[in-house]
Structure formats: C-alpha cells, structure tokens
Design a protein around this ligand. Structure first.
Ligand SMILES: Cc1cc2nc3c(=O)[nH]c(=O)nc-3n(C[C@H](O)[C@H](O)[C@H](O)COP(=O)(O)OP(=O)(O)OC[C@H]3O[C@@H](n4cnc5c(N)ncnc54)[C@H](O)[C@@H]3O)c2cc1C
Length: 382
C-alpha cells in the first residue's frame, strides 16, 4: 500500500486494534509466508500454519461484530496484504472470510458463539461453495446439489467440481435446491464438515496456478442437514444480505495482486528504467489507479461497516476494476522485468497466473459485466 493510503487508513475511522492486526498480518505475509510462497505455488503445499497464524493475528475477526462494529476496511486490507505476497493464500483468507460471514449471519446458535470464536481465531478453517449457487440464482447455470425433505431436516446429494480451503477437520458453506418439497421450489444453505461420512473429497486435475489452496471436488451422497447445520432457509434473502460483503472482501485479492506486481516493477527500475520508460502502464501510473480504486473500495466498506445498504452496482464495479487492474499490472510487470520475469521461478510468472484467477473466480469478470449490464438496463432479458 502506498504512503497516501496508509495515511488515509490511519485516519479517524480506523477502529482501535485494526492497525495492530494489520502489522501482525504484514509480518506473517512478509516473513513465513514469503519464505514458502514457491512451495505453495509449485509443490501445492497447503499453508496450514500460516492460515492459523493469520487467525491468531485477528485477520478473520475484523469483519465480525464480536468486538463492536465490524471493520470491513481492515478485513479487506488483511486480504490485500496477504495477496500482495501470495495470491493463493490471499484467496484462502477470503474463503475463510466468506465462511465467517455465513456463520455470523446465520444466527444459528450452533454456528455462532464458541464455533464462531474458534473459526475467527484460526483454530478451525472453512471455505465456501457458493460459486455455483450464486450463478444459478442469477440464471447462468443449474444448481448442482439437490436436497430432499425428510422428517427432521434435508438429505443432499450431488457433486461440486471445486471447493477451496478444505482438508480434514475443515468445513464449508454450501447450498442445494429442494426438489421434492410440498412448498414451491426453494434453496437451502448449510454447513458441511469435510469429515462427514457422506462427504468424499476428490482430487482435482492440476491447475495452472493456485495450487496449495486445498481445492477439492466434493461428492455428497445422502448428506444429512439438520437444524444445527442450517445457515439459511430460504437462501435468496440471505444472499441478498451477504452479497455486498462477499464481493467487496474479494476486492482485497485484486488490490493485493496488483500491489505485488507494481512492487516487482520498481525492483528493476534502477537497472531497466531507461528502456522501461517506453512501456505503457508504468508503476507510478498503476499505483495512482490502484490508490483511487482502494479509496473507492474503502468508502464502500465503511458503509458496510456502519450496517447501511451499499449500492450493488458500485460494489460490482470496484470488483470488476480490481480484476482488470490485476490483469494489466501482472502483464506490465512481466514486460518490465523481461527475461527475469520469464523464469519459471519468478514471482512475476506466478502473479500472472494469480491475476488470471482473480478474473475467473466467481464472480468472474464476465459475470460482473453481465450483472452490471442488467442493473444498468433493467429490461435486459436474463
Ligand atoms: C483453483 C480453483 C479454486 C476454486 N475454488 C472455489 C471455491 O472455493 N468455491 C467455489 O464455489 N468455487 C470455486 N472455484 C470455481 C470458480 O469460482 C468458478 O466458478 C469456476 O472457475 C468456473 O467459472 P465460470 O463461471 O467462468 O465457468 P466456465 O468456465 O464458463 O464454465 C461453465 C461451467 O462449467 C463448469 N466447468 C468448466 N470446466 C470444468 C471442468 N474441467 N470440470 C468440471 N466443471 C467444469 C464450471 O464449473 C461452470 O459451472 C474454483 C475454481 C478454481 C479453478
């Protein structure tokens, strides 16, 4: 983050404790995380100790109401600080944050209280399987999980192709369509422990990047959802409640990957500035665009923290801009670094792949543009 933004962030709106949390997050990101970033990316090692240490540092707590008002600015910054060093781990911080949202907003006594405390402390880790439901509910694809009503709950079957931040002892929020209910078709959302006997984690094919994210295919065979696991029934009003936070927290990934790319342009400025000056998207230009985008994101995050309604079009717009800026910055970093950046071991190579992920993970750039077009033109057919 630039000095301009650090000063803005240190302003009156910063909640007590957030700066201490961010300092601890930066220390983890630039210390132990930096030391194993290649191992995460190339060998696919899941950074379990780092994910837990970030919880101890308070990275997952800032967005909650456990200590008073939530501080979404600090929560987004935590995602950005981690993503600046490692996009894969930054994505998992977001997965944990999305799961935090589901638990806290569920109001279910089994998912708040001690369970939420353990989760935000990093003692328990979780993910989110809402890519498919988010797309299904806006008409892009069909729901993959189907639920059947039984006497004391629901039974769910189906397969999800990829869910991240999973492992033994982890859990994730998912949603299914109820297919044979007496009431009109509706969806339910629920928590899924990975170790339940009805759940099978299946290895995914190798990805171009984002290895080490604990990403698995998940098969459900008669998974039981009782009251203790229920996050929302029905789901649509719940999604309307969490959508802005879900998307805005993700912006942190784009901000961090962009900042990391800009950092690597400055690394070669002294040596290559005399020729790099002829390139487009120079680091100072990108930094200024990033700072403006960050300030816009923080302004929306402050509205969220105050518990007020955030204009969804603005949220989609900053998320789309973060994708585009990450793509342009990673590409420009490669051009600035030249052959150094073309080494397989270069952070620049890794960041190009991370920027691609920021643009394809749900909501992908194409979905964002579709939703923005629909909101700007309500008569457009879905
Ligand atoms: C590394 C990684 C981690 C992810 N982690 C999560 C997560 O934690 N939670 C989550 O909900 N989603 C996760 N996703 C899914 C992601 O958010 C997108 O939904 C996914 O990349 C599909 O994007 P799309 O909508 O652009 O679909 P498109 O690429 O346009 O494809 C359309 C549909 O086909 C399916 N599809 C395409 N290729 C394949 C394939 N090879 N095998 C099976 N189905 C396929 C897609 O899932 C999608 O439903 C992850 C994806 C990746 C690559």
């Amino acid at each position: 983050m630039s000095a301009v933004l650090q000063r803005a962030q240190a302003g009156a709106e910063t909640l007590t404790g957030s700066e201490t949390m961010l300092e601890a997050v930066r220390a983890i990101a630039r210390g132990p995380l930096m030391a194993m970033v290649d191992e995460i990316d190339r060998a696919g090692t899941y950074p379990d100790a780092i994910m837990r240490a970030l919880g101890q540092a308070g990275a997952y707590r800032a967005q909650t109401s456990l200590d008073g008002n939530p501080d979404f600015v600090a929560a987004i910054q935590a995602v950005a600080e981690v993503s600046r060093v490692c996009g894969a781990t930054g994505f998992m911080v977001w997965c944990q944050a999305a799961c935090t949202l589901y638990m806290e907003q569920s109001g279910n006594p089994a998912l708040i209280g001690q369970a939420l405390e353990r989760h935000v402390a990093g003692d328990a880790l979780g993910g989110t399987a809402l890519s498919n439901p988010m797309k299904a509910m806006t008409g892009i694809e069909q729901m993959l999980l189907k639920a059947r009503k039984v006497a004391d709950g629901y039974v769910v079957s189906g397969t999800l192709p990829w869910v991240s931040n999973l492992g033994s002892g982890h859990y994730f929020g998912a949603a299914a369509t109820v297919i044979d209910s007496d009431v009109p078709a509706h969806e339910i959302m629920f928590m899924v422990p990975c170790d339940d006997p009805a759940i099978e984690l299946r290895e995914c094919p190798s990805f171009a990047g984002m290895e080490g994210t604990g990403t698995w295919g998940v098969r459900f065979t008669g998974f039981f959802v009782g009251a203790e696991r229920l996050i929302a029934d029905p789901v649509r009003p719940f999604l309307d409640k969490v959508r802005a936070s879900f998307i805005l927290l993700q912006v942190g990934m784009g901000l961090g990957v962009t900042q990391g790319a800009i950092d690597t342009m400055w690394d070669v400025e002294q040596q290559l500035g005399h020729v790099n000056q002829f390139l487009d998207d120079r680091p100072s230009e990108l930094q200024s665009e990033l700072d403006t985008l960050t300030l816009r994101t923080f302004a929306l995050a402050r509205i969220l923290s105050a518990g007020e309604a955030v204009p969804l079009l603005d949220v989609l717009d900053v998320r789309a801009h973060a994708s585009e800026l990450a793509l342009r910055s990673a590409q420009s970093a490669l051009l600035h670094q030249g052959a150094r950046g073309y080494l397989l071991s270069s952070s620049v190579q890794r960041r190009v792949r991370e920027s691609h992920f920021v643009a394809i993970v749900t909501p992908a750039l194409k979905h964002l543009r579709r939703e923005m077009a629909k909101l700007s033109n309500p008569v457009m057919p879905s």
